[in-house]
Write a protein that binds this ligand. Structure first.
Ligand SMILES: [Fe+2]
Ligand SMILES: [Fe+2]
Length: 333
């Protein structure tokens, strides 16, 4: 049997439990928080007062902070890219059956996950708008570019690689929203802190789901899963932020500057990247996996040594304190 078919078979096996996964890891629209719960109520007489308070507190936060929040928001707003990518993965099918009719279980998972994710960009976007601190038009242009450019996440249509990617990315977004929450709280910006914290909670739940999928794949197809994990780590995870650009600039032209700002704001650093790899190694207990081919054993060795190696490289990197001009922060004229 070809590798391709084994992957499909594993996906079919996991799909049998999709209802359980949805129940365990996702929350129905009526039960979960909605953006409105963390924003001023526009039907209330107090609305303008509450907006004023947000604008006052937002002045206290520095430009680096807002640049990072904008980048995080745009990353969330590029959700159409992730949904369309995932719906195209082997074993995930939105038109199963003779007449091209129905979603399979995996497609249902992706849609429900997308529904949850969509609230993140939604609430952040509204918050940025109310804050009065950023040029929304420039933010909107960057978002539109990111979605229309699209980007290659380096997983092809392989479910194993895709689930490594999502396991990684959900944890990375958890870290970054959680750090934003901490900074906001420290600066007395409670509403923003609460909002970022609750988004981080969703990301953690999603992270747990995708790591569970990978854990189960390891049980069915350990060597191929190990090789897929190694492949993703060798090529470094493609962050959506790598493709950010300002109006009138080239694709990806903003990333270096954005990455510097995210690191010095303490929202997402090179050390966070290394910690995530460490955490994935531990979660999947890759040191205990048996029945590996010689090639997969080598991949495991590579992965076990990777965090230490990357940590040493990261330590040597110096973060500049250059002041960059982000169009997102310019006054709207
Ligand atoms: Fe998200
Ligand atoms: Fe997420």
């Amino acid at each position: 049997m070809s590798l391709h078919n084994i992957r499909l078979e594993v996906m079919l096996t996991l799909e049998k439990n999709i209802e359980t996964f949805v129940d365990k890891f996702l929350i129905a629209p009526e039960k979960i928080w909605q953006p409105t719960d963390f924003l001023p109520n526009s039907q209330s007489e107090d609305f303008l007062e509450e907006v004023k308070e947000i604008r006052g507190l937002s002045k206290e936060m520095n430009d680096d902070f807002w640049v990072v929040l904008v980048g995080d928001t745009i990353t969330e707003e590029a959700l159409p890219t992730y949904e369309s990518w995932l719906l195209d993965v082997q074993g995930i099918s939105q038109h199963q059956g003779e007449n091209g009719g129905q979603d399979n279980g995996w497609a249902k998972w992706i849609r429900s996950w997308t529904g949850e994710e969509n609230r993140h960009g939604d609430v952040l976007n509204k918050y940025l708008y109310l804050s009065g601190r950023v040029n929304m038009r420039e933010v909107e242009i960057t978002t539109q570019h990111l979605i229309s450019d699209g980007f290659d996440i380096g997983t092809a249509r392989d479910p194993y690689k895709n689930f490594v990617y999502t396991s990684f990315q959900e944890l990375a977004t958890y870290v970054s929203h959680n750090n934003v929450a901490k900074i906001a709280r420290k600066n007395g910006h409670k509403m923003l802190a609460k909002m970022s914290k609750i988004i981080a909670g969703d990301e953690m739940r999603h992270h747990l789901a995708y790591t569970e999928f990978v854990r189960q794949i390891f049980q069915h197809d350990p060597s191929e899963m190990m090789l897929a994990f190694q492949h993703m780590m060798k090529h470094k995870i493609v962050m959506p932020a790598m493709h950010l650009r300002h109006s009138g600039e080239d694709k990806g032209s903003l990333f270096d500057q954005f990455s510097v700002v995210a690191q010095r704001a303490g929202v997402y650093t090179g050390f966070d990247y290394v910690d995530i790899i460490k955490k994935l190694n531990a979660t999947w207990e890759i040191d205990k996996i048996t029945g590996l081919t010689a090639e997969a054993e080598k991949a495991r060795d590579y992965l076990m040594k990777l965090p230490e190696r990357m940590y040493r490289i990261t330590e040597r990197i110096v973060i500049p304190d250059t002041k960059y001009n982000f169009k997102w922060m310019n006054p709207l004229t």
